[in-house]
Design a protein around this ligand. Sequence first.
Ligand code: GLN
Length: 494
Amino acid sequence: MHNKSLTELSNGLATNEFSSVELTQHYLDRIHRLDKVYNSFITVTAELAITQAKAADKRISDGQQSPLCGIPLAHKDIFCTEGVKTSCGSKMLDNFVPPYNATVIENFNAAGAVTLGKTNMDEFAMGSSNESSFYGAVKNPWDINCVPGGSSGGSAAAVAAQLTPAATGTDTGGSIRQPAALCGITGLKPTYGRVSRYGMIAFASSLDQGGPMTRSAEDAALLLDVMAGFDEKDSTSMVKDVPDYKSTLNDKLDGLTIGLPKEFLGDGLAPEIEKAVEIAIKEYEALGATLKEISLPNTELAIPCYYIIAPSEASANLSRFDGVRYGHRCENPKDLFDLYTRTREEGFGDEVKRRILVGSYALSAGFYDAYYKKAQQIRRLIKNDFVEAFKNVDVIMGPTVPNPAFKLGEKSNDPVSMYLEDIYTISTNLAGLPGMSIPAGFTAQKPAGLQLIGDYFSEGKLLNIAHRFQQATDWHKQCPPEPSMQKPSTGQEG
Ligand code: GLN
């Protein structure tokens, strides 16, 4: 059952080949059996899942099936779920049980989807390896000695290991696309404002965006259909019709112009990833596309610009965790100051503290103009690079990440080298554009990702471009070996 696409699962439910309860139990059993190794879930909601599955079975037998009705899903533990712990990967929220659902969760509930549980993630979505989680690192299903990427590493690993048919993630600087690339799955970060951020715990509000993490573009279209749309509870969500993403999946690619940014190739890019990207792009030529070299001249400014803007917004967003309103509270505080400082000292991990320090510094009087204002000006230059590029091309392609999955612990003490993992993904968030990562081969048994960047609200086009590739290749159908077939690292190799 776990090899089927969402459409196949939906058909199986419609024709009574299996029930949603059977399907849900199948995935719960897989999680129980395999997730001790991967650690991709923080919370498994077995009871809730079976209750929802029973309701879905009833809905189906009443003839009220919709595409995701009865389909089990997993949600990044950043989306608030009523009555279910939502930790954001942090000790600070280890005891937080929201009294309401994020809009994304409401939408899935209304569609009749089933929640298997909440997936592991870097603390407050800060990271590129899933090692900053309070709940421990997640293992990459392709090599359990390697990271799955981050911050949506739990969702990516759970989809790759087939512990769930699909999952949700969020992407502030690459957190859907980068783990999708490292785990060999399909991930889509929509245009900023396409998916409601209501109830999605805020990291950097002007950059955060939720999106689907799936095994194929076709599956991603089904999830995005439910996730996207205006929400009056999110003032940054767009009043814009949601197209039927599935209906354009098969459009022909003849005449498509692909832009290849010269800044995305060469220096800093692992040669084996470059090779995989080249081969994937050749496939697109065979499908009728033409290539054009383009330039995004401000690419090298994206990381420094992001690491001012994102921490600045994070320092403001995370000020609400003070031990008074909700979340962790230190024992026996001496006074209010002691309550604030000890609560935050105990509740936040190192990476979160680092971001709060950087952000508070960048926003402080006297430094604001030099850092925050400057970063906003650079952000505009980066956006303008894309606006220029899209005058001549339909889509931009390149690698998602510069390197294949790296070993657990390899970069944890070197934040700058960790930050550089997002060199190709971050500028998309700064510009607010949609981006996607799809599996495009392997380098030494580890997945390589091809990134697709589209113009504003071109999610339908991106899904179409990705789907066509997936009709012609089968990288997205490859499955990792079960953990019992893999050797744990002795630390002595290579
Ligand atoms: N790795 C980046 C960071 O740590 C992006 C994270 C994300 O997209 N949530 O900020």
